[in-house]
Design a protein around this ligand. Structure first.
Ligand code: FAD
Length: 466
């Protein structure tokens, strides 16, 4: 019997467009598929609660998809380098394949393992599966990384077009050597006491099938109006693919190609061809995938993005002493500012929040409550089902003003004006804060004008530190 190939699944919990799995299937030998819950390797950020909930469902779905192909999913827990090496000796594998990761500590684990396995004579291969443009492939004319989105995205669009997705392997050699697997339940990824996940279960279906359903619905019903509606939190206008992309249940190549290939059959006047609005929407949506690429580009070159200001001059910002009651009120959606409270309650209930409202709530925390962006980033990390090691700190720093291509610090969102503009009839606020028009609803916990002035004064300190 030929020695098996190990495929190590990480942020790519799918069987379609999975370059490592496809290459392993092509080798012809049995394939051992493994996922490692690594809470031991130094520097790897522990998953937040909502992400753990998601991971449980995603692994169940992946196991079912692999079983349909004739194999199974081995679950192991521990420092990944050690776990994979022990699986190699247990199964007699002579090859280990995976799709690449781009975070600093993760790359350290992978590089070390690759060289150790290589020294032992194994064939070790890594593939591009989770980003359309790997961070080191896009560089400025001077050979440096990009720090501004627009030229970055222009350079991506000028690069060779993203490849077509790979097919699901036809079926894998069924002679998989026995390898013990943990019982998924023993990982306790689901919350129990209390079970706060009811709203998550109502909202999401983790797994590739759920991801492809979301994509189809988006293409059929929403893509055409995406550009006009994407900033309106009361309207279901966006793809809601972010947690599926986070866990790689669908690949960016699958999304990219599906959007590129979807052409409208007729414009408003009935003629064949694409209406201009639809072309704009398509480009706009692809550019949002571009922001995901950019966040990873920035993280790759600044691996400590979640803990350190990307612009070092922000280290001088005089954050006042933390006011824990204010932070608590923000987390729980009790600030007395309706759109902020609506967003924070949506987050707690569903594990997600509309992008426009993420910007407003983050701006309110950093520029009205004057709370360090790292506190907000950590709360989002714990509560978002799409909590992403690049997108979350990148966007927090973008809002706070300390990040790459960030909004200028002096641009402080006025949450009341934001609500007027993007939720004009109050439908979103009423959905999440039904008591908003009653006496029960509190006054704002801070004066928006005064706190804005205090934030701008703090910024003067940053400017003088440059
Ligand atoms: P769509 O509008 O349908 O966009 C399609 C895809 O593009 C998204 O699924 C996502 O993968 C990507 N995308 C869109 N906007 C951004 C962006 N600004 N940055 C990076 N990728 C983007 N997104 C995350 O995936 N994980 C996070 O942890 C995260 N944290 C955020 C924190 C803050 C403070 C802010 C302001 C934004 C954050 N975002 C994060 C970005 C954005 O809000 C979500 O990607 C988006 O709301 C997801 O909804 P959607 O899938 O319907 O997006």
């Amino acid at each position: 019997m030929p020695a098996p190939t190990i495929v190590w699944f990480r942020d790519d919990l799918r069987v379609g467009d999975h370059p490592a799995l496809a290459a392993a299937a092509e080798r012809g030998a049995p394939v051992v598929c493994v996922f490692v819950l690594d809470e031991e390797s130094p520097g790897i950020r522990p998953l937040g609660g909502a992400a753990r909930w998601w991971l449980h469902g995603s692994l169940e779905a992946l196991r079912a998809d692999l079983e349909a192909l004739g194999t199974t999913l081995v679950l192991r827990r521990g420092a990944a380098g050690r776990v994979i090496r022990s699986l190699v000796s247990e199964t007699g594998a002579d090859a280990v394949f995976w799709n690449r990761r781009y975070g600093g500590p993760e790359r350290e684990v992978d590089t070390e393992l690759k060289s150790a396995l290589g020294d032992d004579g194994l064939e070790v291969k890594s593939f591009a599966g989770n980003l359309l443009f790997e961070p080191w492939t896009i560089r400025t004319g001077q050979g440096t990384p990009y720090s501004v989105f627009t030229p970055f995205w222009r350079a991506c669009l000028a690069a060779p077009e993203a490849r077509h997705p790979l097919a699901v392997p036809d079926g894998l050699d069924a002679h998989v050597p026995d390898a013990a697997s943990d019982d998924l339940d023993s990982w306790h990824l689901l919350p129990t006491r209390p079970d706060w996940a009811a709203g998550l279960r109502e909202t999401w279906t983790p797994g590739s099938e759920g991801a492809h359903d979301r994509l189809e619905t988006f293409l059929d019903e929403r893509l055409g109006d995406y550009d006009g509606h994407r900033d309106r939190p009361a309207i279901d206008a966006t793809s809601r693919l972010s947690p599926h992309l986070r866990w790689g249940e669908i690949s960016p190549f699958e999304v990219w190609n599906a959007v590129r290939e979807r052409r409208s059959t007729g414009g408003a006047d009935g003629r064949r061809g694409e209406a201009t609005g639809e072309a704009t929407s398509r480009a706009r949506f692809l550019a949002e995938l571009g922001w995901r690429e950019f966040a990873w580009h920035v993280l790759f070159h600044a691996p400590d993005l979640a803990t350190s200001n990307w612009r070092a001059e922000f280290d001088a910002f005089p954050w006042p002493r933390l006011h824990p009651t204010a932070l608590r009120a923000w987390e729980e959606g009790r600030t007395g500012v309706p759109i902020v409270d609506a967003g924070m309650r949506e987050l707690w209930r569903t594990g997600s929040m509309h992008n426009r409202v993420r910007m407003v709530t983050a701006s309110f925390l950093t520029k009205n409550l004057l709370i360090d962006w790292r506190r907000g980033e950590q709360w989002f990390w714990d509560t978002l089902v799409d909590a992403d090691a690049a997108a979350n700190p990148f966007n927090w720093q973008w809002v706070a003003g300390s990040g790459a291509d960030a909004a200028p610090y002096f641009r402080v969102f006025n949450p009341l004006l934001q609500a007027k503009k993007f939720d004009p009839d109050g439908a979103y606020v009423h959905r999440w804060v039904p008591e908003v028009d009653t006496e029960e609803y509190p006054e704002p916990i801070v004066d928006l004008g005064e706190s804005r002035e205090a934030a701008l004064a703090g910024y003067q300190t940053v400017k003088s530190a440059i």
